[in-house]
Ligand binder design. Sequence first.
Ligand code: RB5
Length: 148
Amino acid sequence: MNMDRTLAVGADHAGYLLKDQLAQAARDAGWTVIDCGTNTATSCDYPDFAHAVCQRIEAGAASFGLLVCGTGIGMALAANRHPTIRCAQARDVTEARLARQHNNANILALGARLTGDAVALDCLSTFLTTAYEGGRHDRRLAKLTPPA
Ligand code: RB5
């Protein structure tokens, strides 16, 4: 498996239909997708799926992640508890692009109840095709870890 083009995806009951649609779009674009669930409308807890996706990235099994819940907020909160994860909640393509260019985000969080399917597809496509700019942003990313 080419982990450089492997995307781990996860969602709760509010986001799984959009997650499935986005996962298929990623496959169509040549990505290998690791689906961490959920895959039903049964009510569940978003942190369980956020942590599962983060663990795939931490283990080196995936290079990027996608998390979808109702708002994207809960997923981002949970994912960002992981020290090596930079999860960006995005509501439009500009945020998705800047999350990569400036923040070197490795997970995109989307809100299925707030963002339409077409915009979400554009957000993911942009996120997966935009490079980190490095330079001055390296210094700022190094400061994301709180001082001791
Ligand atoms: C589930 O009702 C909802 O709270 C969840 O999907 C998410 O929006 C939380 O941040």
